[in-house]
Ligand binder design. Structure first.
Ligand SMILES: Nc1nc2c(c(=O)[nH]1)N[C@H]1C(S)=C(S)[C@@H](COP(=O)(O)OP(=O)(O)OC[C@H]3O[C@@H](n4cnc5c(N)ncnc54)[C@H](O)[C@@H]3O)O[C@H]1N2
Ligand code: MOO
Length: 402
């Protein structure tokens, strides 16, 4: 058996970011992966400006509270004032540039109308309520590193530096299909011995959520010719082909022989639960190959291995530099007395209001409700029992599915 770390190491050693890079308008860049680091060609803010509505002053003119000074100009945001005459103050608004000669802004709450001017009821400090040019973004500085997924906040940062478009990696294309004579689609009647094809729905929505273009070939007849044909079609336009089922030791399935006939296959046993059997390989196509990953058929196994094993591989194809989920150390609210002696368990769990981890009672490899009830998974090392209060390593679905 491979350890979880060994399996990831092998996968990540194979994965390279897709080669094509395209420039897309900023508005279309959310959710994409930035291919080239970005630097700001402007300072933000561009000029020293006021953080408050009030009066721009020369601090030397106001050595005691109660001084009355004439207002020599008015500076709304979007305009640039003249040099501030000594012995005067300037009406100024939030975001407006500080006039030459002024070195502080007094909030209007500390000022009142006086005879022939404004009475200032505060002694200002130099720099008070002044936002310095470049204090948020220095000109020429790197604002976005390559290899990050662009969220609304990164789009905002690019916009504030005036960038109209960004270079992103092309979306990764994944072909999926499903074999198994027992599978029927939701909406169809369920004959004896049949089950609904839930993996199709799980994997397709999960992969789309991770930013992939998914080509879904649907259910494929359970014979070698149809499976080989589906492998070729799934590989043709795509970077990666994913199937579920037929990777264990049974003889009924055609996924393994189809991949062997159309490319190369490596059968792995990974010391994880759920999700021990996994097929990794490649399918030949014009000009190269598509990667192949065969997930186990059990619905929870397929879902969890897709998140824990396929996801890092996929993120690397997408061009992301950080591919492992953040793991938090949290106290357990549950007991776990029957750990697997040899495999790392991914236990479905949720976080209670105290921030403690509760384990779902049914950790079976087919129990889809465990995924819905949970907020994420606990990484439980082989043979480790759990008592209330023990520290658990937890990764959240909120992060794994985004
Ligand atoms: N003798 C052994 N038997 C099994 C072993 C083993 O080591 N020795 N491993 C077990 C483990 S672990 C898993 S996981 C499964 C994986 O089996 P396969 O990947 O070959 O999957 P199938 O046999 O095709 O299906 C397993 C299970 O999942 C259901 N299934 C399949 N596809 C779907 C789908 N699209 N949607 C919903 N459910 C699906 C299928 O009906 C079976 O119930 O093997 C164990 N056996
Ligand atoms: O470990 Mo299998 O993946 O039982 O479900």
């Amino acid at each position: 058996m491979l350890s979880f770390e060994q399996a990831l190491e092998k996968l990540l050693a194979a994965a390279q970011p897709v080669e094509e890079i395209r420039r897309v308008p900023l508005m279309a860049a959310a959710g994409r992966v930035l291919a080239v680091a970005q630097h700001s060609t402007v300072a933000v803010p561009p000029l020293d400006n006021s953080a408050m509505d009030g009066y721009a002053v020369r601090t030397a003119d106001i050595t005691a509270a109660g001084v009355c000074l004439p207002v020599s100009q008015r500076i709304p945001a979007g305009t640039v004032g003249a040099e501030l005459k000594p012995g005067t103050i300037a009406r100024i608004f939030t975001g407006a540039p500080i006039p030459e000669g002024a070195d502080a802004v007094i909030m209007q709450e500390y000022c009142e109308q006086g005879e022939g001017g404004v009475v200032v009821n505060q002694v200002p400090q130099v720099g008070q309520n002044v936002r310095r040019a470049g204090e948020d973004i220095a000109i020429g500085s790197e604002i976005l590193p390559a290899g990050i997924k662009l969220r609304p906040q990164e789009i905002a940062l690019a916009a504030s530096a005036g960038l109209p478009e960004l270079p992103v990696y092309r979306r990764v294309r994944v072909g999926v299909f499903f074999t198994g004579d027992e599978l029927v689609q939701p909406g169809e009647p369920l004959p004896p011995g049949a089950i609904y094809n839930s993996n199709r729905y799980a994997l397709r929505t999960l992969l789309e959520g991770l930013g992939c273009e998914v080509r879904d070939l649907g259910a494929v007849a359970d014979n070698l010719e149809a499976t080989r044909d589906a492998m070729r079609r799934a590989a043709a336009d795509n970077d990666l082909v994913i199937t579920s089922g037929g990777v264990s030791v049974g003889e009924e399935d055609h996924v393994k022989p189809a991949v062997e006939a159309e490319g190369k296959l490596d059968m792995w046993k990974i010391a994880i639960k759920p999700g021990k059997p996994l097929a990794f390989g490649e399918i030949r196509k014009e000009g190269g190959h598509a990667w192949f990953i065969g997930l186990p058929g059990n619905p929870v196994s397929a879902f969890v291995t897709c998140l824990m094993v396929v996801r890092p591989f996929l993120l690397r194809l997408q061009g992301l530099s950080s591919v492992m989920p953040r793991v938090l150390n949290l106290p357990s609210a549950s007991v776990w007395s029957k750990p697997d002696p040899a495999r790392l368990e991914f236990l479905r769990a949720r976080i209670d209001e105290q921030g403690a981890v509760e384990l779902f009672r049914n950790q079976g490899a087919a129990a889809v409700p465990s995924l819905c009830w949970s907020d994420g998974v606990v990484f439980n090392p082989p043979g480790q029992t759990i008592a209330v209060g023990d520290t658990l390593r937890f990764a959240s679905f909120a992060e794994l599915l985004a």
